[in-house]
Design a protein around this ligand. Structure first.
Ligand code: PLP
Length: 378
C-alpha cells in the first residue's frame, strides 16, 4: 500500500519538516549547559505573551501543575468550591482535589460539549470561589456568560486552555481574545500531542493582572522571589530550557499548524456530512475551533463496533473521555451518582475521535472517511 500508516498524531512527520531548526536550538542549549532557566525560557515567555496578547506568560512543568499553581495563587481555603465540567481530562479536577477544594460539577451542553453556562448560576453557593471552564477539543466555552457570572458573584475564573492554545473568542461587545487570556488566570499544556507540543512535559499560565506574573512564577520556584527566601509553600515546577527552545521554534508555526488542522476538519465535515448516524463537531459562532481533536458523536451501540472496524482498516481512534469525572473512583467520596450529569454520561458512551494532526494527507483522509461511510452504509 502506498499510503503512510495512519496515526492519531504524527509527531515524527511534524518534526521532520522543521528538523534542522529544532536540532540547532537543542544543540545550543546543550552547548550552553543552561538547562534550568536558560535565556530560552524568558524568550519563549515573551513570544507567548505577544502571540496571545497577554500581559504575563509564566511557564511551568506541565499543564496539570499550571492548574494547581493557578488555584494556589488565589488564596483559597480548603472546602472552597470550584465549578467545573465533569466532561474533561482528570487533571482539571485533580488540581482542585489536591488542594482540598471541592469540585462542583455542572453538566455540558449537548452540542458544544463545553460547560453549560446557563446551568452555572444555580450551582453557585456561599462557598463558590472559582469557575473553571475547560475549552474542550479546541473550542472556547461560553465566556460571555461565564465572565458575566463571575463579575456578578465576585468569583475568579481560571481557564483550562490545554486543548485550545490559539483559539479565539469573540465577545458580544466585539472584542476578541485568545483562549487562556480571558479569565483571571489561563492555563495550558505543552504535552507532545497538544496543538503546541514540546518533546516532553511543559505547561504555562497566563494573566493580565499586573504583578501576578511574578506571583505565579514565585509559586513555581518553591514560593520564593529571592532565592532561599520563601514567602509561601510553593512547588518545584519549571519548563526545562530544552523544552523552551523547542517550543520557541514551534510557536512560530502554531498558526500554520492550526490552519492545517482546520483544513483536515473541513475535509472530514464535507465527506461525513451525509452520514446521518454521525454528528459532526459543532462550531460555535463565538469561538474559533483549533481542532485539538476531531470528535464525532455516534449512536452508543455503534461506537465500539465502529472503532473495531476502523482499527481493522488501519485507522486508530480514541475516546476522550470514557468516564465522566463525577463517576471516577477517585472522586466517589464527593457523593455524585450515575444520572447526575446525563449529557456528560451520554457523551462518554458515544464520542469517538478520529485522527487529527498537522501532517494528514488527502489520501489518508479519504481512506478514513470511506471506511466510516462503509461501516454505516454497508
Ligand atoms: C492535557 C490536558 C491537561 C494537563 O496537561 P499535562 O501537561 O498533561 O499535565 C489539563 N487539562 C486538559 C483539558 C488537558 O487536555
Amino acid at each position: 500500500m502506498s499510503m503512510d500508516k495512519i496515526q492519531m498524531v504524527d509527531l515524527h512527520g511534524q518534526y521532520m519538516n522543521i528538523r534542522s531548526e529544532i536540532d540547532a536550538a537543542i544543540k545550543n542549549v546543550i552547548d550552553s549547559t543552561a538547562f534550568i532557566n536558560g535565556p530560552q525560557v524568558a524568550r519563549f515567555q515573551k513570544n507567548l505573551e505577544s502571540f496571545l496578547g497577554v500581559r504575563h506568560a509564566v511557564t511551568c512543568g506541565n499543564g496539570t501543575d499550571a492548574l494547581q499553581i493557578a488555584l494556589m495563587a488565589l488564596g483559597l481555603e480548603p472546602g472552597d468550591e470550584v465549578i467545573t465540567s465533569p466532561f474533561t481530562f482528570i487533571a482539571t479536577v485533580e488540581a482542585i482535589s489536591l488542594l482540598r477544594l471541592k469540585p462542583v460539577f455542572v453538566d455540558v451542553c449537548p452540542r458544544c460539549f463545553n460547560i453549560d453556562a446557563t446551568a452555572i448560576e444555580q450551582a453557585i453557593t456561599g462557598k463558590t470561589r472559582v469557575i473553571l471552564p475547560v475549552h474542550l477539543y479546541g473550542q472556547c466555552a461560553n465566556m460571555d456568560a461565564i465572565m458575566h457570572l463571575a463579575e456578578k458573584h465576585k468569583l475568579w475564573v481560571v481557564e483550562d486552555a490545554a486543548q485550545a492554545l490559539g483559539s479565539e473568542y469573540a465577545f458580544a461587545g466585539g472584542s476578541v481574545k485568545k483562549a487562556g487570556t480571558i479569565g483571571h488566570i489561563g492555563c495550558t499544556s505543552f504535552f507532545p500531542s497538544k496543538n503546541l507540543g514540546c518533546f516532553g512535559d511543559g505547561g504555562a499560565m497566563f494573566t493580565n493582572i499586573p504583578g501576578w506574573g511574578e506571583k505565579l512564577k514565585s509559586i513555581t520556584l518553591h514560593g520564593s522571589r529571592v532565592k532561599y527566601y520563601h514567602e509561601m509553600t510553593g512547588v518545584n515546577s519549571r519548563l526545562d530550557t530544552l523544552q523552551a527552545a523547542v517550543l520557541d521554534v514551534k510557536l512560530k508555526y502554531l498558526p500554520q499548524y492550526n490552519r492545517r488542522r482546520a483544513a483536515a476538519a473541513e475535509y472530514y465535515d464535507n465527506a461525513l456530512k451525509g452520514i446521518h448516524q454521525v454528528q459532526l463537531p459543532k462550531r460555535m459562532k463565538q469561538s474559533t475551533h483549533i481542532f485539538h481533536t476531531y470528535t464525532l458523536k455516534v449512536p452508543a451501540t455503534d461506537r465500539d463496533p465502529l472503532r473495531d472496524f476502523l482499527q481493522s482498516r488501519g485507522i486508530p481512534t480514541m475516546v476522550y473521555y470514557p468516564v465522566p469525572m463525577h463517576l471516577q473512583k477517585a472522586y466517589s467520596s464527593y457523593g455524585y451518582r450515575e444520572g447526575d450529569f446525563p449529557v456528560s454520561e451520554e457523551l462518554c458512551g458515544s464520542v469517538v475521535s478520529i485522527p487529527m494532526h498537522t501532517e494528514l494527507q488527502e489520501k489518508q483522509l479519504e481512506h478514513i472517511c470511506n471506511a466510516i461511510d462503509e461501516f454505516f452504509n454497508r
